[in-house]
Write a protein that binds this ligand. Structure first.
Ligand SMILES: Nc1ncnc2c1ncn2[C@@H]1O[C@H](COP(=O)(O)OP(=O)(O)O)[C@@H](O)[C@H]1O
Ligand SMILES: [Mg+2]
Length: 224
């Protein structure tokens, strides 16, 4: 479903350095993988490239037969909207929309009917344990609650590919366990695929395979 080949990305300017070095990996339909690594090593950068939010300096990102680096901005945006769900590390909730409106947005943008969207949104909020917060605004929420809204929004349109950037960083162990189960189920349903970026060994253990990202590249955890 997802095939990454010889990906390189450098940030230029003062103190410029190669961020991602010859990254390659595959995620088949039905597979859920974790990427671990120290802060600043480029995990969020890699996830942004996979989502087509940023472009590599070289290399290939093929997703369900589309080469992302060959698409224009608009095509990448549509593909992401329809087939990917991204849980941003910094949530990126819209402050003037309620919790339910934030979560519903991907469905409405994709053209789903209002009543259908409302039903899926309600189910999704229940699944991540914040059904009672549907009418609240982001400013009224704790960090952990905002994180769960971000997860609900990423999953509500049943994306083929789930990309989650440290989705349990603000959660207590119980809430983390709950959303990790929801994420795994979302990936496994319809044989989708998922990438979980995390610092937590317990979170990584909910996936099928663990990679470690270092300055030298990406390696299967346990391999040298
Ligand atoms: N747009 C950018 N321009 C310049 N440097 C960036 C940019 N985005 C990220 N970086 C740098 O790249 C490094 C890796 O960032 P990031 O991918 O967020 O790492 P991680 O998610 O593993 O903590 C950081 O040192 C960060 O400062
Ligand atoms: Mg990061």
């Amino acid at each position: 479903m997802l095939s990454i080949r010889h990906l390189n990305k450098a940030y230029r300017g003062p103190g410029s350095r190669l961020m991602l070095r010859d990254i390659g990996f595959e995620v088949a339909a039905g597979e859920y993988v974790a990427i671990m690594g120290e802060s600043g090593v480029g995990k969020s950068t890699l996830l942004n490239l996979v989502a087509g939010l940023d472009l590599p300096d070289s290399g290939s990102i093929a997703f369900e037969g589309s080469e992302l680096t060959a698409l224009d901005d608009n095509a990448r945006t549509l593909l992401r909207r329809d087939r990917m769900g991204f849980v941003f590390q910094a949530f990126h909730l819209l402050p003037h929309l309620t919790v339910a409106q934030n979560v519903m947005l991907p469905l409405r943008l994709g053209g789903a009917a209002a009543d259908h969207s409302a039903r899926l949104t309600g189910d999704m909020l229940e699944a991540v344990g914040i059904g009672a917060l549907a009418a609240a605004y982001p400013r009224e929420l704790s960090g952990g609650e905002m994180q769960r809204v971000a997860i609900a929004r990423a999953l509500v349109h049943r994306p083929r590919l789930v990309l989650a950037d440290e989705p349990t960083g603000n959660l207590d162990a119980e809430s983390a366990g709950q959303v990790l189960a929801v994420l795994r189920e979302a990936v496994k349903r319809n044989a989708g695929a998922g990438i979980l970026v995390t610092h937590s060994a317990a979170a990584a253990a909910t996936t099928d395979r663990i990679y470690r990202l270092t300055a030298e590249g990406l390696q299967r955890s346990g391999e040298q």
